[in-house]
Design a protein. Structure first.
Length: 202
């Protein structure tokens, strides 16, 4: 079910409050009652971008690819993980929060990408709409739909970089033993730290 603008704002505000409360008091928030839509099991990712000069650079991004938990619960856990447990970055400090933008991506369930032969996969991928998951013999990796747009990738670039995210060679998507999934996302982001929340168009 689609997420309304008000529900999207609720999620982004909750993500910021979750991290702020934990860094301030070591307290994990208990979400207030929310709409039935936000209680459905959904995949969700929380992305933190830190304003540095005129740029906003990635500061953390972790989430649940699959709909295994109620959305608000998954969001709280993903928010803390993005801020504190992304292995690419040191934990976020309380002092950084005034420069961090919160972004929430609510995912549709992944759908297996089917093609007659692997080299046909790119023709089935819509950059700006689809996110990708690559599963191979040694692991898996996910990239959100907005990443391909932000990096100006074509479908082949997108596939190759998702393979790299999975710890695989860039051309692993051409292997018949590799599985590709696609999904979509509704994305909501702060215009400024703690400011207005907008639906992100990609």
């Amino acid at each position: 079910m689609s997420i309304s603008d008000i529900e999207g704002e609720t999620l982004v505000r909750l993500a910021r409050k979750t991290v702020t409360d934990y860094l301030s008091r070591g307290h994990v928030v208990t979400p207030e009652p929310v709409s039935p839509v936000l209680q459905e099991k959904r995949g969700v990712f929380v992305t933190l971008n830190k304003i540095t000069g005129e740029e906003a650079l990635l500061r953390g991004c972790i989430g649940y690819p699959l709909p295994v938990k109620p959305l608000v619960q998954a969001l709280v856990e993903a928010s803390l993980s993005s801020a504190l447990r992304d292995p690419r970055f040191p934990p976020v400090s309380k002092q950084e929060l005034p420069r961090i933008l919160f972004e929430v991506s609510v995912l549709t369930p992944p759908i297996l990408l089917k093609a007659g032969k692997p080299k046909e996969y790119p023709s089935h991928i819509r950059v700006g709409t689809d996110g990708l998951i690559v599963e191979w013999k040694q692991g898996s990796g996910l990239l959100l739909p907005q990443v391909a747009v932000e990096m100006s990738w074509n479908p082949e670039d997108f596939l190759s970089n998702t393979c790299v995210k999975a710890g695989a060679p860039p051309d692993e998507w051409l292997n018949h033993g590799t599985t590709i999934y696609r999904f979509q996302a509704e994305i909501f982001e702060e215009e400024s730290p703690g400011g207005q929340v907008l639906r992100k168009k990609i």
